[in-house]
Design a binder for this molecule. Structure first.
Ligand SMILES: [Zn+2]
Length: 79
């Protein structure tokens, strides 16, 4: 008795990971000290952190961006 011919197995398409969210830019302490010295970081202030969705202390940059001290997320512009 002959066995029925089996269909050739086709491997599944390789898994592709979903696009990772943008990684926060790490705020290095020496870079901050340099930026404080040259004036590109003006002050610290409370602002809403979009990454954490709560108010956090931020380093406020002269170009209007700000960097969260808690999670190091940088927000561009005044939003
Ligand atoms: Zn944050």
């Amino acid at each position: 008795m002959r066995l029925p011919r089996l269909r050739r197995h086709t491997p599944p398409a390789p898994f592709t990971a979903p696009q990772a969210p943008p990684r926060p830019v790490l705020l290095r302490e020496d870079a901050l000290v340099r930026q404080l010295a040259d004036g590109s970081v003006e002050a610290n202030g409370w602002a809403p952190c979009p990454a954490e969705e709560r108010a956090r202390l931020h380093a406020l940059h002269a170009d209007g961006s700000r960097t969260c001290w808690t999670c190091r997320w940088t927000t561009q512009g005044d939003s």
